[in-house]
Design a protein around this ligand. Sequence first.
Ligand code: DLL
Length: 437
Amino acid sequence: MSLYWNARMETLDREELRKIQGERLKATIKRVYENVPYYAEKMRKAGVTPEDINSVEDLRKLPFTTKADLRDNYPFGTFAVPLNEVVRVHASSGTTGKPTVVGYTKNDIQTWAECVARCLYCAGVGKDDIVHVAYGYGLFTGGLGLHYGAEMVGATVIPVSGGNTARQIQLLKDFGATVLCCTPSYALYIADEMASAGIKKEDLELRVGIFGAEPWSEEMKAQIKQRLGLKAYDIYGLSEILGPGVSMNCECQNDLHIVSDHFIAEIIDPETGEVLPDGEKGELVFTCITKEALPLIRYRTRDLSVLTNEPCACGRTGTRMKKVTGRSDDMIIIRGVNVFPSQIESVLLKYSEVEPHYMIYVDRVNHLDVMEIHIEMNQSIFSDKIKNIESIERKIRHEIESTLGISTSIKLVEPKSIQRSEGKAKRVADRRKIFNS
Ligand code: DLL
């Protein structure tokens, strides 16, 4: 098996890569200007025309795109092709009730599969492998994203999706999967369940793990490796740009290789928007230069990372990014699901019995994320019977669970018991301690 899925594009000479990026960028800008009224308007306001964009250096002239822009154009307003050319739609959580909707043409699905195929080759996964995909299938991009890439490299794909851990373990064992794809926290949960069922890592054939969709530390990587007997790789991506497959660890485990002939990465200061040089930590910004349905320009990911263009021993020449260690907004990722406190708040505002003062506690218990939300009740129900209070807790829990798609527990607390803040309200206490620092 070759080291690279697409040797030419993955090992392009730096100058040639930049030239290709420039050409693709120019063509993309022309296309969005002509086909997406939202972008045309935004560029007009910024005083830029497609003629001003001729190379990667010109990228800075263009305005940023944010999640709010996607929300304002919900659901399909940022698409650059008519809907009858879109063959697939996925979605991820938005900051309020509405999800962020993304679309793909037939070519985009091919591009996506190729990006994931390159990532799998980075981990040495090919046609002899049996790939167990335990990322969720559905609107989330994880399941189908890994699925198409694994099929492209010719592997045998087991599309299990998430949940039912006992069955997952049974299938891992019976089908002899060599590759496990899921969130890193779920990998550890699988290891726990294996231990309680008396199944040893030697009973499985796993040799590689493709883990992502949430932040995880090097310590966690070492632990997964030790407990499941596999080599763990970090895969990164986000629905707005592609889904999984934007960047990936290689054999050298030296940061993550960005698929640079498809996406141009920048790092900015999240406060000022100023572009930062290689080596400085800031917010990742991506521009899609080959996508047809949703070629986002300078999309602010809110993910914090560092870029480097130093060569890697594996020979891939694209830009690399450091493991994502946090975000510049208040999004939290719980069991792979993106959660914004504002989504919870919009549910609470519907209930007259509670105040919009709340605190979200996130813990990791036996490698599973658990969330408990404390909400202040108002004076009117404070002296009510426990039974009435419990009934409101239940109603709120149901509504939050159906909004977020994950389980939670709700506790109504005394009026004025949640600490008020003079500045930015602190709504989340994330006690998972994923990173030591
Ligand atoms: O999580 C896509 C994905 C699926 C990536 C499977 C990897 C594996 P979204 O649901 O749109 O897409 O969430 C994207 O998740 O902005 C990051 O904050 C976080 N994230 C994704 N991968 C990583 C990673 C998918 N490897 C958001 N490390 C992103 C840290 C990650 N955070």
